[in-house]
Design a protein around this ligand. Sequence first.
Ligand code: PRP
Ligand code: URA
Length: 207
Amino acid sequence: MYNHVKHPCVQHKLAIIRNQETGHKRFRELATEITQFLCYEALKNVETAEVKVQTPVAEATCHKIATDIVVIPILRAGVGMLDGILDLLPTARVGFVGLERDEETKQPISYYDKLPYQVKDGTCIIIDPMLATGGSTVAAIDLLKGEGATNIVVICIVTCPEGLAAVDAAHPDVTIYTAAVDDHLNERKYIVPGLGDAGDRLYGTSH
Ligand code: PRP
Ligand code: URA
């Protein structure tokens, strides 16, 4: 299942972040800004609890988020989305999943993970700007479910039909929030038109 966020504020920023002329400083800022809009959408059904708050005038019935939020960036590019979420949700916990696509096979290789125990009962938000074949996202979800997580959403900036189908086949209970569903993957398994290599563009490591 996926939710394509078509709000003009998101689409305007997407037009700038895709542009090959956008440098890494601005790219990072835009990744943060787009992530915040997507996170807002992704948490629209998060569990809340009623609380009473005394205003200067009277008692108000309010609602506060009532679940542990655990944000899980997929290293390395997912880290470029982390600050945006932590600005919105300063008490969120953070777990890390290190996955890198093998250049030849395009399969994800796991090299690190560190997850808080709260993934089991909390709301887990996996973040990675690119969901291409879906292999990395599926591997991250597998890992979280192996730790007992049952409430998982994914936020990416750009994806494509192949990646959405792969995640849906493996984990139909997980919803993906994205700013773009692009056309296809090329022979190098890059998203077309996409935005290139997100990690390189975020960290200024393009050759
Ligand atoms: C990119 C991207 C995803 C993955 C997407 O990371 O950030 O993690 O590829 O591809 P997939 O859907 O086909 O698995 P990459 O492996 O380039 O590592 P990096 O973030 O360290 O640059
Ligand atoms: N990883 C990226 O950074 N970009 C793509 O298009 C595919 C995988």
